[in-house]
Ligand binder design. Structure first.
Ligand code: NDP
Length: 216
């Protein structure tokens, strides 16, 4: 299987890359600091020119699975008192929402060629069912990408392309921060099972890494 993972240089993305490679899949790994490093593709999902360049370099190559993993968390606890910087809202949405859309849009020819599937790494924090406060920008961005994913799932169904949104668990990465409960490799192993189960029957799903459906 040919798989593309965005933000594969560290955290959950790196663990996904390793897990796919360990079972023999071919991984097109992207990182934003890569020039033309061997085995890597450069991709800054917030830069439309970078997304277009990636699509051009992959033209004509069928893609079985696109994993939109790249993301940022820029919220700070003290911002409610001091005001939330517009730049933080803009950057978070550019990466976590617009970046996902642009990547999917640019690679649709590759996905159509394989009747491929799309996995978006969302977050439970984007679920309407949970509103404990705080992390306003991140929560809003993950709610938006959940909405985006579910609507894309409807529009891509006629092409035979299934799309799922997945919560990876609270994972020990820079975004997970202190207190996280799951190692990236354990999350990645679980997520691969979820991706393998993704079909047109389950398209539009929002699931935790362990397979639990998350309300939205
Ligand atoms: P990390 O911070 O460890 O990794 C984030 C990855 O995204 C890095 O590879 C980073 O690259 C990349 N990235 C950031 N901005 C861009 C950009 N503009 N273009 C391309 N790549 C970019 O966090 P995680 O591994 O935890 O996060 C992966 C995904 O999982 C995110 O979407 C996150 O929201 C989601 N998630 C994580 C949870 C957790 O508990 N960890 C829980 C729920 C969801 P670089 O090294 O260049 O910065």
């Amino acid at each position: 299987m040919e798989v593309l993972v965005t933000g594969a240089n560290r955290g959950i993305g790196a663990a996904l890359r390793a897990a796919f490679q360990a079972r023999g899949d071919t991984v097109w790994a992207t990182r934003r600091d890569a020039g033309d490093a061997a085995g890597w593709f450069h991709l800054d999902v917030a830069d439309p020119a970078s997304v277009a360049a990636l699509a051009a370099s992959l033209a004509g190559r069928p893609l079985d699975l696109l994993v939109c993993n790249a993301g940022v968390y820029l919220d700070r606890d003290d911002w409610l008192a001091e005001g939330y910087p517009a730049a933080a809202w803009a950057e978070t949405f550019a990466v976590n929402v617009t970046g996902v859309f642009l990547t999917i849009q640019a690679l649709l020819p590759n996905l159509r060629a394989a009747r491929g599937r799309i996995a978006i790494i969302g977050s439970r924090m984007g679920s309407d069912a949970r509103a404990p406060g705080g992390s306003y920008i991140y929560r809003a961005s993950k709610a938006a990408v959940l909405n985006l994913g579910r609507n894309l799932a409807a529009d891509l169904r006629p092409d035979g392309i299934a799309l799922g949104v997945y919560h990876p668990g609270w994972v020990t990465t820079e975004i997970g921060g202190p207190g996280a409960q799951i190692a990236p490799d354990a999350s990645a192993r679980d997520l691969l099972r979820r991706f393998d189960a993704l079909s047109l029957t389950t398209s539009g799903c929002f699931e935790s890494h362990d397979g639990t459906p998350i309300p939205f």
